[in-house]
Design a protein around this ligand. Structure first.
Ligand code: PGA
Length: 257
């Protein structure tokens, strides 16, 4: 059985004091959660990582960065390495988010380099893939997903694959209030799992967690989680509010598959 994983991507929101307040509130609300069956990850902006790590130090809630650079160190103004994320208290890192692809020239090739550097540093990469509206309307969804997955995973072996979390995030559903229907999500999640099966075999494919992301809210999490290949969620907007994110986590933890 795959362990549910719910991650909150705070994007460019929350200053340090707001981040402390939000993480403290979540720690309190999720105090009784069964962390054996549900993994929870918060991904604040870089500036708040160390403080949120401090808040989470005596809890089972994990911490992640929203991006990283692949080099170990060097003259790369403005960038953050995997080691720096570890040093700030992270165990996870989001890689290849569609906003990085859209606004900051992230490519499948850079995603691949970042995944390798993250694994080398023992960070769990949450690798985002997904089609935009035009691609969906032109029936290219599976082609885009195949491209994102295959190119992101160049030279990643089966053992490394077991450490990776995949997030399917249809770009047209991010921040738009338009969620993919549970059927649309399941269709692509299954496609991803079948692809991983061809690349890495049945055992690895069955073990990889695939999150859904795009306008996830307390109102739609249950129907999404009910689908067999949806193993969790990557939550943007709703992760900025204590009540909404705690409700998403608690509802997900109650889904038994
Ligand atoms: P959203 O964002 O939940 O606000 O749609 C999801 C994401 O970008 O990870």
């Amino acid at each position: 059985m795959r362990k549910t994983i719910i991650a909150g991507n705070w994007k460019m929101y929350k200053n340090i004091s707001e981040a402390i307040e939000l993480s403290n509130g979540l720690k309190r609300e999720l105090f009784k959660l069964d962390f054996e069956s549900t993994e929870v990850v918060l991904c604040p902006p870089f500036t708040a990582l160390a403080e949120v790590a401090e808040v989470l130090s005596e809890s089972d809630i994990g911490l992640g960065g929203q991006d990283m650079y692949w080099a170990e160190e060097g003259a790369f103004t403005g960038e953050i390495s995997a080691n720096m994320l570890k040093d700030a208290g992270c165990q996870y890192v989001i890689i290849g988010h569609s906003e990085r692809r859209q606004f900051f020239a992230e490519s499948n090739e850079t995603v691949n380099k970042k995944i390798k550097a993250a694994i080398k540093c023992e960070l769990t990469p949450i690798v985002c893939v997904g089609e935009n509206l035009q691609e969906r309307e032109q029936n290219k969804t599976f082609n885009v997903i195949e491209d994102h997955i295959k190119q992101a995973l160049v030279d990643i072996d089966a053992q490394q694959m077991q450490k990776i979390v995949v997030a399917y995030e249809p770009v047209w559903a991010i921040g738009t209030g338009k969620t993919a229907t549970p059927e649309q999500a399941q269709e692509v999640h299954k496609y991803i799992r079948d692809l991983l099966k061809k690349m890495y075999g049945e055992d690895v494919a069955q073990g990889v967690r695939i999150q859904y992301g795009g306008s996830v809210k307390p109102e739609n999490i249950l129907e999404l989680m009910a689908k067999p290949d949806v193993d969790g969620a990557l939550v943007g907007g709703a992760s900025l509010k204590i009540d909404a994110f705690a409700a998403i986590v608690i509802k997900s933890s109650e889904v038994r598959k």
